[in-house]
Ligand binder design. Structure first.
Ligand SMILES: Nc1ncnc2c1ncn2[C@@H]1O[C@H](COP(=O)(O)OP(=O)(O)OP(=O)(O)O)[C@@H](O)[C@H]1O
Ligand SMILES: [Mg+2]
Length: 250
């Protein structure tokens, strides 16, 4: 078994072969929570897609659960995807499907269990996130906080070893956001899941993340990597420090 869940070395990410952020180098052990931070448009979502193998990086290498994504075949990528969960920015629930059907979808696609088992698996995941009473609702019938939790239930559908969460707390009031943090920590504790999450919410990052990667738009390179508390120190990376302290006064 690989000792690290994610390892990237001098990774450059972008679109159509053009790099928007480069020099991304770090390793993350299984069961750790990593926060990806940086100004809007710096490439956080693009990095998540590259780390998960959904998109190709521009250059450099990236390993996920021991698999080198840059040389992986389509079949190997597919089997890596089976071990991941993804909560997309904006939740991206299918609007014509109920919450239960949204969670059933990946289970049906990858495991194709008998109908009753499928239903039970989806119901279990929805009750984990506190949506037992809303399973038959459509996305248009629920609040933003409930949509985030439903998207988390769908990301958990296949018992992922690595969970990618793109702004799970964005747009939530502080109390609901704190509940989302608790849920993320509960998932890690219960299943040992490795979690990579994009967040702009400093209190949430300080509560949940073991490490933080700061993408620096001023240089177009990874600016800093380390435990979030380190960035509260004035001697830390200046723009990472500003991100942590301008938005959050201790
Ligand atoms: N599919 C795409 N094709 C081409 N360019 C893209 C594509 N998706 C994003 N971009 C560009 O890549 C850059 C980084 O986008 P990305 O969505 O990764 O930023 P982000 O850090 O997640 O921003 P935000 O905080 O607003 O979510 C932006 O300039 C964006 O316009
Ligand atoms: Mg984004």
């Amino acid at each position: 078994m690989a000792t690290e869940a994610i390892a990237c070395d001098d990774l450059a990410i972008g679109h159509d072969g053009r790099a928007i952020m480069s020099g991304i180098t770090f390793t993350l052990e299984p069961g750790r929570i990593l926060a990806v931070v940086g100004p809007s448009g710096c490439g956080k979502s693009t990095l998540m897609r590259a780390l998960s193998g959904l998109d190709d990086p521009v250059s450099g290498s990236s390993r996920l659960l021991g698999q080198d994504l840059t040389v992986a075949s389509a079949v190997e990528r597919e089997s890596a995807l089976r071990r991941l969960g993804f909560l997309f920015q904006g939740s991206a629930l299918f609007s014509s499907l109920t919450l239960r059907e949204n969670v059933e979808l990946p289970i049906r696609e990858f495991l194709a269990p008998p109908r009753r088992e499928l239903r039970q698996l989806a119901e279990y995941k929805l009750s984990l996130v506190g949506l037992a009473d809303a399973m038959d609702k459509l996305p248009s019938e629920i609040s933003g906080g409930m949509a985030k939790r439903a998207a988390l239930a769908r990301a958990l559908a296949l018992d992922p070893e690595v969970l990618f969460l793109d702004e799970p707390g964005a747009g939530l009031d502080p109390v609901t956001a704190a509940r989302m943090d608790e849920l993320i920590l509960k998932v890690r504790e219960a299943f040992g899941t490795t979690i990579v999450m994009v967040s702009h919410e400093v209190p949430s990052i300080l509560r949940t993340a073991d490490f933080c990667v700061y993408l620096d738009t001023d240089t177009g390179r990874m600016g800093a990597y380390g435990p979030p508390k380190d960035f509260l120190a004035p001697s830390s990376h200046p723009r990472a420090h500003a991100f942590f302290t301008l938005t959050h006064r201790t």
